[in-house]
Design a protein around this ligand. Structure first.
Ligand code: IMP
Length: 186
């Protein structure tokens, strides 16, 4: 079936261009979930979503994993209205329960500079999980400052600011089904 052209309501002066279509996202999420299912056969996995961006990826991913699962969330300080990271990471919400002895997979929307995940990995490692891995829907390897690698990556993308499928700009556009690049007009 041909794709209908996607058109989204935008804020004045902001332009969206589809980068990854929802159909491709759905297919890739299933592939990633099946890989996790194979890698942890016979075990339970504990998914730790990083709020708020990862909530949509996590919801889709967990439903395709054929293992015993549990979920929890953490929140860290975000970019706010800026498109650039301040380099500072602050824990805004901690986990509800202990991860000691669990197979933890940190679920992120996007791996960019790696500052957020290197901070979270350090915090979580101290809590003695059985294993600790990263699932990131998107990866911008060219932006990396910290040497963090995703164990399960949906798509590698170029250095462009993207929104949709959980990712926001000033809290908007998280609900887009596609991942889109955002251009700010004058
Ligand atoms: P990092 O700490 O630089 O790796 O950035 C991680 C966080 O920055 C992500 O969880 C996102 O919330 C945010 N972020 C990075 N790149 C983008 C983007 O292109 N669009 C929206 N948010 C982004």
């Amino acid at each position: 079936m041909p794709h209908s052209r996607t058109s989204y309501a935008t804020h004045p002066g902001e332009k969206l261009k589809v980068l990854i279509r929802s159909t491709a996202i759905r297919k890739r999420v299933i592939e990633v979930a099946h890989k996790i299912t194979r890698d942890y056969r016979g075990e339970r996995v504990h998914l730790v979503g990083v709020l708020k961006g990862a909530c949509i990826f996590l919801s889709d991913l967990v439903r395709e994993i054929g293992l015993e699962t549990s979920i929890d969330f953490m929140a860290v300080s975000s970019y706010g209205k800026q498109k650039e990271s301040s380099g500072q990471v602050r824990l805004l919400k901690d986990l509800d329960s202990s991860v000691e002895g669990l197979n933890v997979i940190v679920v992120e929307d996007i791996l960019d500079t790696g500052l957020t995940l290197s901070y979270l990995l350090r915090v979580l490692q101290q809590r003695r999980p059985k294993t600790l891995r990263i699932a990131a829907m998107l990866d911008k390897p060219s932006r990396r400052i910290k040497p963090v690698q995703g164990d399960y990556v949906g798509f590698k993308i170029p250095n462009e600011f993207v929104v949709g499928y959980g990712l926001d700009y000033a809290e908007r556009y998280r609900n887009l089904k596609d991942v889109c690049t955002l251009q700010l007009g004058q």
